[in-house]
Design a protein. Structure first.
Length: 280
């Protein structure tokens, strides 16, 4: 949903926007079809897929306002599922406010426009001017946001980009690359985890004292760590001990431990998928 949504939030113009919106709605309708008449995607129990997908509910107001359409009119059962999930206190207290996300998107659209100017549109003095203006906006944003745990361009970007990046890097050495390329992919993966560990800065959670939005988005990958270790032939804990401490802290929460899939089942799935791909 995020990859499709960003096309009409800040990438495409004119007819391309309408095509992107249609593609986005089609994706949501596909999800709604998978949900069917069940309370949750897994049936009667709020589970892993619900945890992974409900994070996008915070973006719906921005999609509707900027895209000028109604998700509820297109996918009423999906919205009912969203509201059902939001009745859970652990969900409602963890997700950022939709209006704040909308305001962040507005700010990010301005930053994106400035970046595009000095990256591939403007040259010379115009490009330099765009870069000074971009840095000024970042400093203003940083000053206004301070240390707020759920609000900020950093949280919005990381919660969407980092899980996608971790999966793409991890799969390189799990079932795509071999030899030197596999070793390079492992190093890249560990460097990404170390970057995350550095951003945590000795805080209990990424947002500070409170288990929040970014924690929800990232903890889902803990279930993959056993498979990464088994097929990559390395241990994450010696490389990133504080990150593993954070993982264990998150897993102490019953809503997390009961929602994530068993790492051994993930490992078995990877074995079967490697056979399909002919990677052994």
């Amino acid at each position: 949903p995020y990859e499709l949504g960003k096309k009409f939030l800040w990438e495409k113009q004119g007819e391309e926007v309408e095509a992107a919106k249609k593609e986005f709605i089609d994706c949501l309708k596909l999800l709604e079809g998978q949900l069917g008449n069940k309370p949750y995607f897994g049936g009667e129990i709020f589970g892993y897929l619900d945890v992974a997908l409900i994070t996008f509910y915070s973006w719906f107001y921005a999609y509707e306002t900027i895209g000028n359409f109604s998700i509820e009119a297109e996918c009423p059962k999906l919205i009912e599922w969203c509201k059902r999930c939001m009745e859970k206190e652990t969900v409602s207290k963890s997700l950022p406010d939709q209006h704040k996300v909308h305001d962040e998107v507005i700010e990010y659209r301005k930053l994106y426009d400035l970046v595009s100017k000095f990256l591939w549109e403007k040259k010379g003095e115009e490009g330099d001017s765009a870069k000074k203006e971009f840095m000024y906006c970042l400093k203003l944003l940083e000053g206004e946001l301070g240390n707020k745990p759920y609000f900020g361009a950093y949280t919005l970007i990381c919660s969407d980009a980092l899980p996608f990046a971790l999966y793409n890097i991890g799969r390189k050495f799990v079932w795509e690359k071999q030899g030197e390329e596999g070793e390079a992919a492992k190093k890249e993966f560990i460097d990404c985890l170390k970057l995350l560990e550095g951003e945590q800065r000795n805080k209990p959670y990424f947002g500070g004292e409170i288990f929040g939005y970014l924690d929800i988005a990232l903890i889902t990958f803990y279930s993959w760590f056993y498979a990464f270790k088994a097929f990559g032939n390395f241990s994450i804990e010696p490389e990133c001990p504080k990150l593993i401490e954070w993982c264990k802290r998150c897993m102490e929460k019953e809503t997390v431990s009961k929602s994530l899939p068993d790492p051994l089942k993930i490992h078995d799935f990877v074995i079967q998928y490697r056979k399909v791909l002919g990677v052994e």
